[in-house]
Design a protein around this ligand. Structure first.
Ligand code: TNX
Length: 631
């Protein structure tokens, strides 16, 4: 049993005004004094507006508060502290204080979650998701598909024939989906047609079997996936005779996973990749460095993972997002990276690693402080995620050398043509009081110390270019217009950012949070997991997104589904956030808008639900009435 518990009381919660009270109850038989209460809550607390105590520390979501001096918390008594924040209100229970513990005499003691007074909002989009009757079919919808009345009975065993080496991966993949043997009369034949476009395929279901034609590894694989979907979604033991001609709308059809905020390890990553191919997704954007953890083992700096991969009360990085006082974290060993890359290769998936610079670099800074931190830098800033010390210093030569060394090893490990360099959310006022930055600014003749941001990024772009690699960056890094135009810009905060980057001459990957951030909650129920800063995302909203709407099609390389993992602590919640919304993102990435159809899509989603069940996927239930709103 826990000896302490923490009640959470919302006093005021508006757009930029949050007043809360925390009530710590002592259920132990002893009085306690001289303690600190630690918890995580992603809101910047105003140190000057505290009632009955003090904020003694904040780093990111991690907050430490203390009672007034000489305060004693008697058994069965309660200490109530009031805190104020101008960051944002709280929208659901995922934003209550998490991972609370007490620190007392150098030891930590767990604090249980107590009661809360959060209310359901008055107007709330709680519409349950209903799906129509299931329909056998393919997700994403093929571009051209003509179906006949008659059908082919699905045999227990198929025979495989191939005239193409390009079909090897498809054959291997398909043999894990359906059974093959020599003495079946029903044949799947792989037929090479060299002039077909990359990733395009034709699939013909006829009286004697199935013919898959393609001119590329991806084309054969996606033909095989379509066949497997027809077989597995069939409810009557047959598949209709059909003629399918299919090719993707976009070359970049992605999925993004943040392995930093919560550590998602190799099993989850492999499971994600294995399911990506089912939806013809071909690019995995692997977020492996951030403020809350460095997840990539590198030989050049072992400290990156020795120090930067762990959080806890005793670690260089504080607990975050409820990870608690104990040591929490992990990383991908180089061996594991190689396994992931081999799996990706077998599934026609490119893995793009992201080394986030110059912001979101706190784990890196904590791992290599003697190289990367300038003691005289008195700049004061506050990042959007409540850090005051998470930005690399472009005034220091070491910053360039360290990044080059890291990127060299990243390039040895990862074969991808593109490396993502981050570039998002660099806070205002960084570097303004850094002697090294001011000196560098003067040397380079820049008007603004902030110009060092693109200077550093451009330097790294050049470094990678010399190795034959191009970069990806989040939209902010394109604002200066100084990066070379082979940088791919990831538009994330809204779709207009994509238009802006295209106008500046860049190609874009469209992943606006309002449609593709699947860490957004499904709805506004306070019990629903997920954040809401870009609104809730229903299946319908996810499906309504057209990545190239109003944009020149040739400037849009594609779209991706993202899951940031502040609140996505484990594989189960990850699946819950992804399914079935990932179907919508995949169809947006593959299918031309004229071939999309919301009603038909829902029926095909319903057709896939039994497969999610068979595969043990913890998807969001779609036919359950959401509990009535009680206000
Ligand atoms: C914005 S997207 C971020 C992330 C957060 C995410 C949460 C982007 C480039 N920055 O750091 O994890 O929102 O939804």
């Amino acid at each position: 049993m826990n000896n302490f518990s923490l009640h959470f009381v919302v006093l005021e919660s508006y757009h930029r005004t949050l007043r809360i009270a925390l009530e710590l109850v002592n259920r132990s038989p002893r009085a306690i004094s001289d303690f600190v209460l630690c918890f995580d809550m992603p809101r910047f607390m105003d140190k000057n507006q505290v009632v009955n105590g003090a904020v003694v520390k904040q780093a990111g979501s991690h907050i430490e508060v203390a009672p007034p001096p000489s305060f004693v918390l008697e058994p069965d008594a309660c200490w109530r502290i009031e805190l104020y924040s101008e960051t944002a209100g709280v929208t659901n229970l995922g934003e209550r204080p998490m991972g609370a513990y007490l620190r007392h005499n150098g030891e930590t003691f767990p604090v249980a979650e107590g009661l809360h007074n959060m209310r359901q909002p008055h107007s709330v989009d709680l519409l349950p998701l209903y799906l129509p009757e299931a329909k056998a079919g393919i997700i994403p919808q093929p571009q051209h598909m003509s179906v006949q009345e008659s059908s082919l009975p699905i045999p227990p065993v198929w025979q495989m024939r191939s005239n193409s080496e390009l079909a090897g991966k498809a054959q291997h993949w398909l043999s894990e989906q359906i059974t093959f043997g020599d003495d079946s009369a029903v044949v799947v034949s792989f037929d090479e047609v060299p002039e077909m476009d990359d990733e395009a395929y034709a699939l013909r279901v006829h009286q004697d079997g199935v013919t898959i034609s393609a001119g590329s590894v991806g084309g054969f694989l996606y033909g095989a996936v379509s066949l497997a979907q027809l077989v597995r979604t069939s409810t009557d033991g047959t598949i209709a005779l059909a003629d399918i001609h299919d090719a993707p709308r976009f070359a970049y059809r992605g999925q993004f996973l943040d392995c930093c905020r919560s550590f998602h390890g190799i099993r989850t990553v492999k499971a994600v990749l294995e399911r990506m191919v089912w939806l013809k997704l071909n690019t995995f954007h692997w977020h492996i460095t951030d403020d809350e953890g460095w997840r990539l083992e590198l030989n050049c700096f072992p400290q990156l993972t020795q120090v930067g991969a762990w959080r806890g009360d005793d670690e260089a990085l504080e607990p975050q997002f409820g990870s608690g006082a104990h040591r929490y974290g992990g990383f991908f060993s180089q061996q594991e990276v190689k396994e992931v890359l081999a799996l990706a290769e077998s599934l026609n998936i490119t893995v793009i690693p992201e080394i986030d610079t110059p912001g979101h670099a706190r784990a890196l800074l904590k791992a290599l402080p003697e190289l990367l931190i300038e003691a005289e830098d008195k700049s004061q800033y506050e990042s959007i995620q409540q850090y005051t010390d998470n930005v690399l210093n472009p005034g220091l030569d070491a910053t360039y050398r360290v990044l080059e060394t890291i990127l060299d090893e990243v390039c040895e490990l990862f074969p991808s043509q593109r490396i993502h360099l981050g570039g998002d959310e660099v806070p205002k006022h960084v570097w303004e009081k850094s002697p090294a930055c001011l000196k560098k600014q003067a040397e380079l003749g820049f008007d603004d110390v902030r110009d060092l941001e693109w200077h550093l990024m451009l330097h790294m772009q050049g470094h990678l270019k010399a190795k034959g690699r191009a970069i990806g960056v989040w939209e902010e890094a394109s604002h200066s217009g100084k990066l070379e135009d082979d940088a791919l810009v990831y538009a994330w905060s809204n779709a207009a950012e994509g238009a802006k980057a295209i106008e500046a001459g860049y190609k874009v990957l469209m992943c606006p949070a309002q449609s593709t951030y699947l860490d957004m909650a499904w709805n506004r129920d306070i019990h629903e997991p997920g954040v809401l800063w870009a609104g809730n995302i229903t299946l319908e909203k996810a499906y309504a997104f057209d990545p190239a709407e109003g944009l020149p099609e040739e400037s849009v390389v594609g779209t991706q589904a993202l899951v940031w993992t502040e609140i996505v602590h484990d594989h189960r919640i990850l699946e819950y956030m992804l399914y079935p919304r990932l179907f919508a993102v995949a169809e947006n990435a593959w299918t031309q808008p004229v071939h999309k159809n919301w009603d038909d899509f829902q029926a095909r989603v319903a057709g896939q639900i039994p497969l999610l069940d068979q595969d043990g996927i913890h998807y969001r239930q779609y036919n359950k009435q959401v509990p009535e709103v009680k206000n």
